[in-house]
Design a protein around this ligand. Structure first.
Ligand code: ATP
Length: 573
């Protein structure tokens, strides 16, 4: 019970937070949802009420002027309500579109800015995947909330209008008639039937949503693999390897397997369950309609209500039965959607594990900066094996320094710790005697320019890639490209620094692996020069370093002799 109350509190919290979020991002959305829903609910009742009055007039006084007035009011009111409703729908559609953008943008911002440690955690991506899949496959999440609220408000108004129009029917009892249809018990039975049908659809809907929520968990690994193989086929950069090693069959088979196992069975499952639910609801609704006609018709036959009122009551009760059932369904849907809203906000609330100090980096005129690793040990999260164990060393920034070692001996890990992409579990890393965790992280990062082995360039212009910025110093960017040995190649490109990389843009150019590496080095040099750090560069291999020879090191070795170089790879400062 206590757990239940806590869960409810949590849901209310996320509903409130979701509404505030939506209103902050798109202020026009919720008002247009509420007004649009009200108009949508109002619209059928104009026709029901005024048609009943027209029929009564036709069977009564038959005043042509009054009939014309009733017809004109019906048409004009319908037109006004229709136009206003469409205007609200348009504002709502635009708002939902903007919400989709802002909602995704918040997640993208988090992914771009959260601590690197988070980005490497599979759990982090699973959460994001679940949010995306809920939005795309189940139409659930913060994006769906306005639509569900619209449905809730519309159905609430339908129920209110229908009750207002139907009340006289239940009060229409005659003391002169002992007909079964004059009995108040029949009215009660009738109400009970409507309630039962609504509860049936609520229960079925709740079961179905619960099943879909859990089914999604089971489907996630399959979906992930499915979209992975789908992307493999579309990624032109993989095209070379796929053709040379004739991997088409392998990829197609994996894709087909996951398709069969996952998507097909999932869709069949959904159709079967939905089919049963819809068939049950349709049968019940037909039964109730029959009963409504019988109930209202008999009241008219025994003279309790007019002919026009038959139209009014049948229309109002039909609206009530569907409205009430959909009201509960939309309330349940909102309640269940809040699970996904919670997922969304929990993802946005992902904490940053890294401690970030506030100390500014000391600006020294003598450029004397010393890094010290003191008994540093590190295991990757979830790994039982030390990637680095009890490492102690001192190095001066600005001097050339090489880290040599076999594949997997920990050279990249050393750089990741130095640049605080990770923090060590044991030991300390010090800059001029102060623990690097105490420095302002952004300022500390300015000290380093790193070219990782698996560096990435982006489909921006060459200049933007070098400067890692939209606006940049063109002269300096070209100088850096020259220093990296790729300046002439860039000058020959159609728009030199403004030439976009890669074929995503129609004018984009493809570049060789070596050219890409040199542009990446130019990027490091640019940052180095702009920020005046004593730069650190990691080279991925030894293409540009002469006199290399094999060194059977199983642990990284640290040396300041650049002529005595390595094994499988090397890190140079
Ligand atoms: N993200 C990670 N999660 C778990 N283990 C990792 C991760 N990255 C690297 N490792 C493991 O940590 C060890 C050190 O890896 P590291 O990348 O530092 O080696 P390296 O010396 O740079 O190798 P290479 O010369 O091949 O680039 C390896 O055993 C590697 O498998």
């Amino acid at each position: 019970m206590k757990v239940h109350i806590q869960q409810s509190k949590l849901k209310w919290h996320y509903l409130w937070r979701g509404l505030r979020f939506i209103h902050a991002k798109v202020p026009s959305l919720l008002p247009s949802v509420a007004l649009g829903a009200l108009l949508k609910a109002f619209s059928p009742f104009i026709t029901i009420y005024l048609t009943a009055r027209i029929i009564d007039e036709l069977f009564g006084a038959r005043s042509a002027a009054y009939l014309a007035w009733l017809a004109a009011v019906t048409v004009i009111l319908n037109l006004i309500v229709y136009l206003l409703q469409k205007a609200m729908e348009r504002i709502k559609d635009m708002g939902e579109f903007r919400l989709l953008y802002f909602g995704s943008f918040e997640m993208d911002q988090l992914i771009l800015n959260t601590d690197y440690e988070n980005v490497e955690k599979p759990d982090f991506h699973l959460k994001k995947q679940k949010i995306d899949e809920a939005a795309n496959m189940n139409r659930r999440g913060i994006w769906q909330l306005p639509e569900l609220i619209s449905s809730f408000i519309a159905n609430l108004c339908i129920v209110a209008f229908a009750v207002t129009l139907s009340i006289p029917l239940f009060l229409a009892l005659s003391v002169h008639s002992d007909s079964f249809f004059n009995s108040p018990w029949l009215s009660l039975l009738f109400l009970a039937l409507i309630l039962c049908s609504s509860l049936y659809s609520v229960r079925s809907n709740a079961r179905f949503s619960k099943w879909a929520f859990h089914k999604m968990d089971a489907m996630m690994p399959i979906n992930r693999a499915f979209s992975f193989y789908g992307h493999l086929m579309q990624d032109h950069q993989l095209g070379k390897d796929i053709r040379i090693y004739q991997e088409q069959k392998l990829i197609k088979k994996a894709y087909d397997d996951f398709n069969r196992r996952g998507m097909v069975s999932f869709c069949f499952d959904i159709s079967r369950r939905q089919g049963r639910f819809w068939a049950g609801s349709a049968a019940l609704s037909a039964l109730i309609s029959g009963f409504v006609y019988l109930f209202v018709g008999m009241k008219a036959l025994i003279g309790l209500i007019s002919i026009g009122s038959v139209v009014q009551y049948v229309g109002a009760i039909s609206q009530f039965t569907t409205g009430f059932s959909e009201l509960i369904t939309s309330a349940t849907d909102i309640w269940q959607d809040l699970d996904y809203v919670e997922l969304y906000f929990k993802f946005l609330d992902t904490p940053n594990p890294k401690y970030k100090g506030t100390l500014p980096i000391e600006k020294r005129n003598d450029n004397e900066y010393e890094i010290e690793f003191r008994n540093v040990s590190f295991k990757y999260p979830g790994s039982g094996i030390y990637a680095l164990k009890d490492l102690s060393l001192k190095l001066k920034i600005g001097e050339h320094f090489a880290v040599v070692g076999r594949n997997g001996s920990g050279k990249t890990t050393f750089i990741k710790l130095l640049t605080r992409l990770y923090d060590p579990q044991e030991g300390k890393i010090l800059l001029n005697g102060i623990d690097i965790q105490k420095y302002d992280y952004q300022e500390y990062l300015q000290l380093f320019s790193v070219v990782f082995q698996d560096f990435k360039l982006f489909a921006f212009s060459v200049g933007q890639n070098v400067a890692a910025d939209v606006h940049y110093d063109k002269e300096r960017a070209m100088e850096c490209l020259d220093k990296a040995g790729v300046g002439d190649r860039i000058r020959k490109m159609s728009k030199d620094l403004d030439t976009p990389l890669y074929k995503i843009d129609a004018d984009g150019v493809e570049i060789s692996g070596g050219e890409a590496q040199k542009i990446a080095i130019a990027r490091a040099l640019y940052k180095d020069e702009m920020n005046q750090p004593r730069h650190l560069i990691r080279l991925p291999n030894l293409r540009s370093i002469p006199n290399s020879r094999k060194l059977p090191a199983t642990k990284p070795r640290f040396t300041s002799r650049t002529d005595f170089l390595p094994a499988a790879s090397v890190t140079i400062f």
